[in-house]
Design a binder for this molecule. Structure first.
Ligand code: SAH
Length: 384
């Protein structure tokens, strides 16, 4: 639903009339937009027509939505807007990863990352400007929290980044793993996911959408009861003593409660696995005992483990383990029958790798390139 609180409470004065600022068409799921537009006197099917223009044809200007009657178009132009983000910089990594820097109406900047692979193109979305959770290895955490993104700002990342995909391909997967904690902005995130999944929206299959959380326990069930997406949980440690240091939210929601919440989800997820993300940090959580405890956790519910060697950044003294330690950890999990993948860094040369999104770009930003037509394919970044 629309969240009126997200619309600046400034009234615009024009022609001696006081008019509210325009609402954003992308702040509504398609179902909610239908209800909202009917209230304005439009036919209910207009919501789907408008959505097709915005999400499938990339048209944000109602004046160009030619299957609407001209008086409706004029009214939409007057009272509504559809664009909430502008692409202000594009950085291209040697490995094919593309980072977009997007600027909101209030000047806030966020980042989204496109990861082209052989069989899919994944967009990593942000949900907040910064993050309040201050995980000790994460650059976004060091950046601090500014504000939640609106639904329009979440889906506009897909609209702006989509045209950067090479070779006329489309974004096939979306992961909520950019800046911010999605479950601390749940209403906007759920509404955005409805747009991602709707056939007249981005028409993504639910199994191609993944929401990642550090474990905001009271919000996990409401998320999965609202939208049938995959859940990823940033675990990073197998004992509270270590996790308290890495993920301060663990002091509020310790491991035992996290795991019992996840086990209780079976009825909703219908045995779809939980994806455990585990950032490997030198000397902190990379021992063989950690691997063995991780095996026990992974076995206790339908799950897969994704190991991510920590990407170093200037705000943290923590470092990734040496390759031999990573290999040993990986082998221990694989030998136990745990489904495990190792995510090798993508886009680290442009600060686009996991946990590096904090708007710390090198001076002399790369100007925006036109969408590449070369069909350049990046190597596969995930090793099974
Ligand atoms: N707040 C959510 C969404 C962000 S997802 C969450 O934490 O799950 C970002 C993922 O990248 C998380 O698993 C996070 O722990 C991981 N990450 C953060 N900083 C990292 C770093 N420096 N190196 C590797 N992974 C990192």
């Amino acid at each position: 639903m629309a969240r009126p609180g997200t619309i600046p409470a400034i009234l615009l004065v024009s022609e001696n009339r006081v008019t509210p600022p325009p609402e954003n068409l992308k702040d509504y799921s398609i179902e909610a937009l239908r209800v909202r537009l009917v209230r304005d006197g439009l036919e209910s099917y207009r919501a789907e027509q408008i959505s097709l223009w915005m999400y499938q044809r990339g048209v944000d200007d109602p004046a160009r939505m030619t299957d609407l009657p001209s008086e409706q178009r004029a009214r939409l132009v007057e009272c509504w807007e559809a664009r909430s983000l502008d692409l202000v910089a594009v950085d291209r990594s040697r490995d094919g990863t593309i980072k977009g820097v997007l600027c909101a109406r209030d000047g806030s900047q966020i980042e989204s990352v496109l990861i082209p692979e052989e069989n899919r193109t994944t967009l990593c979305l942000s949900t907040q400007v910064g993050c309040a959770l201050a995980c000790s290895f994460c650059a976004t955490g060091a950046f601090g929290f500014r504000r939640n993104l609106t639904t329009a700002e979440i889906v506009d990342q897909v609209c702006r980044m989509g045209p950067l995909v090479a070779g006329g391909r489309r974004i096939s997967n979306v992961v909520f793993m950019g800046m911010g904690e999605p479950l601390l902005n749940l209403p906007a995130v759920v509404e955005a996911i409805r747009i991602l999944l709707h056939p007249k929206g981005f028409a993504l299959a639910p199994r191609r959408v993944t929401v990642s959380t550090v474990g905001v326990l009271p919000k996990i069930r409401p998320l999965l009861e609202s939208v049938p997406v995959n859940l990823a949980v940033s675990l990073h440690a197998t004992r509270d003593e270590v996790r308290d240091r890495l993920v301060p939210l663990n002091r509020r929601y310790p491991l035992r409660e996290l795991l019992s919440t996840l086990r209780g989800l079976k009825a909703i997820t219908r045995r779809r696995p939980v994806f455990f993300e585990y950032t490997l940090i030198d000397g902190i959580n990379d021992g063989i005992e950690d691997a063995r405890r991780l095996v026990r956790i992974a076995r206790s519910l339908p799950s897969k483990v994704n190991l991510i060697p920590m990407n170093p950044h200037p705000d943290s003294d923590l470092r990734p383990p040496p390759d031999e330690t990573i290999d040993r950890f990986l082998r221990e999990l694989a030998a136990s029958g745990t489904t495990v993948t190792l995510r090798r860094s993508r886009g680290s040369d442009i600060d686009a790798a996991c946990g590096q999104l904090a708007l710390r770009r090198a001076a002399g930003r790369v100007p925006e390139d036109p969408p590449s037509r070369s069909g350049d394919r990046a190597g596969v970044g995930i090793r099974d």
